[in-house]
Ligand binder design. Structure first.
Ligand SMILES: Cc1cc2nc3c(=O)[nH]c(=O)nc-3n(C[C@H](O)[C@H](O)[C@H](O)COP(=O)(O)OP(=O)(O)OC[C@H]3O[C@@H](n4cnc5c(N)ncnc54)[C@H](O)[C@@H]3O)c2cc1C
Length: 420
């Protein structure tokens, strides 16, 4: 990336100087912000109104290289690491929540198979095979423009990480036969490949989380179908319908990670689940940005009436700013220390950051609606969409806002092996 930095009206969420971003991060986030303002923002209302998938955005993202943000540079991608990706994705989320969230599902298929697995243990032969396979996976994205999704949820306790996935992969000659159902499968009918989590069947043995497989299922594979309506409160452009797999065959090369590696990643690289937060960090910033613009009489689509002179408005904005800074500071720390084998302190902080971003994004949006008033929540303006989209963050498994609280309370009070 050696072109001059683009100029946009909005200031960076994370000022490169203040947060000491690397030159690469500064440039990447500037580009993400420019892309968000130019491409994502003008179209966001349409996907929301129609509950339709942002296909046009993906065409532009493909053209401008964003599908390969976390693919290593040696393989032709942008080479963003975990933090650089999170910072760029927050800028996307600021302009279109549904695009940022679905893009995250796609990016995880490259981040988890790349940087994350590089930190995990496997023998030399397994690593060599994994590298060969992921090269094909990356080429599929960069050369053929393939988009991946990440359907894990099944409606039971599996997506929370407590039991094995009920979707099964039965070993057959040359590959696996997949059976099961996924709910809330963002990008259903629109991704080229579904990156599913399922459990490898080991004879008669009970299904085990240790046997979780991460497999790429082509959208058009015989036995794959999409069902159900999609007409939700928020994040409407994600098109998260149900996916059915009925005796779907995939070859062994469909494995995005070697056997056992997903289980290892979930235990040893738990910040991987924070990848759902950047979208909501961006929405939190968007709620604040809107409020400042609106009170200054500068929000496009509204009359130039100033409301900033009222002390109550000033106090509300001050409270919003304090909450935004608290959210940013904790989140920035957590994404900065993401890596293998975090300490207990780092783990507690990651859970606290996840809870904070997801809860505060919606709290800030709610406060923005109250502060700006009735004219500000008309559907012709972005605030009410931000309000609805931001409501969805705390529901995302495995680290829902509630489950973060559960774990923080328990893990803060008990050391390993302790019980009452
Ligand atoms: C817009 C949107 C897009 C989504 N996209 C995807 C996607 O692409 N892929 C995907 O896999 N999923 C996706 N999800 C699903 C999401 O991750 C959750 O699985 C889903 O919101 C859970 O809904 P549920 O009613 O089945 O939750 P339930 O499992 O019924 O849980 C309800 C609540 O109970 C609590 N709870 C759950 N399990 C436990 C437990 N073991 N102990 C204590 N409390 C618990 C949690 O706080 C949870 O919020 C999406 C969700 C939304 C809203």
């Amino acid at each position: 990336m050696d072109m001059p930095l683009p100029v946009t009206a909005d200031a960076p969420i994370f000022d490169p100087r203040g947060f000491r971003l690397s030159p690469f991060e500064a440039e990447l986030t500037a580009r993400a912000r420019e892309f968000g303002a130019r491409i994502l923002a003008p179209r966001a209302a349409r996907w929301d109104r129609e509950a339709s998938f942002p296909t046009d955005n993906y065409d532009d993202m493909r053209r401008e290289g964003w599908l390969g943000i976390c693919i290593p540079r040696a393989d032709g991608g942008m080479g963003a690491d975990f933090r650089a990706y999170c910072l760029a994705a927050a800028e996307f989320g600021r302009y279109c929540g549904a695009t940022a969230l679905t893009w995250n599902m796609h990016v995880c298929s490259t981040l988890w198979t790349g940087l994350l697995t590089d930190d995990l243990e496997m023998d030399a032969a397994t690593r060599a095979l994994h590298h060969d396979r992921r090269k094909l996976h990356y080429a599929n994205i960069l050369e053929r423009g393939a988009v991946f999704s990440q359907p894990f949820s099944e409606g039971g306790a599996a997506a929370a990480g407590t039991v094995a996935f009920g979707t099964t992969a039965t070993p057959v000659e040359g590959g696996f036969r997949i059976n099961g159902k996924k709910i809330f499968a963002s990008l259903s009918g629109h991704a080229d490949c579904y990156g599913i989590l399922c459990t490898e069947v080991q004879g008669e043995a009970k299904l085990s989380r240790r046997d979780t497989l991460y497999l790429a299922i082509p959208k058009d594979a015989p036995g794959v179908s999409v069902e159900g309506e999609w007409d939700p409160l928020g994040m409407r452009g994600t098109v998260s319908r149900n996916l059915i797999f009925k005796d779907v065959f995939v070859p062994e090369s469909a494995a995005l990670m070697p056997p056992g590696l997903y289980f290892q990643a979930a235990s040893r690289w738990p910040h991987m689940f924070m990848t759902l937060t950047p979208t909501y960090m961006g929405l939190a910033q968007a709620a604040y940005d809107f409020t400042v613009r609106y009170l200054r009489g500068e929000q496009p689509g509204t009359p130039p009436v100033k409301r900033r002179m009222y002390p109550t408005k000033q106090i509300a904005v001050a409270e919003m700013r304090i909450m935004l800074e608290q959210t940013k500071a904790l989140w920035f720390q957590a994404i900065s220390e993401a890596g293998p084998d975090p300490s207990k302190e780092q783990m507690l902080r990651a859970l606290a950051a996840q809870n904070t971003v997801m809860e505060n994004a919606n709290a800030l949006a709610a406060k923005a609606v109250r502060t700006c008033g009735g004219q500000a929540m008309l559907k012709t303006l972005p605030l009410e969409r931000i309000y609805r989209d931001s409501r969805c963050g705390s529901l995302m498994l495995p680290w829902t806002a509630e489950l973060c609280v559960d774990r923080i309370g328990r893990d803060a009070l008990y050391e390993k092996g302790e019980a009452d």
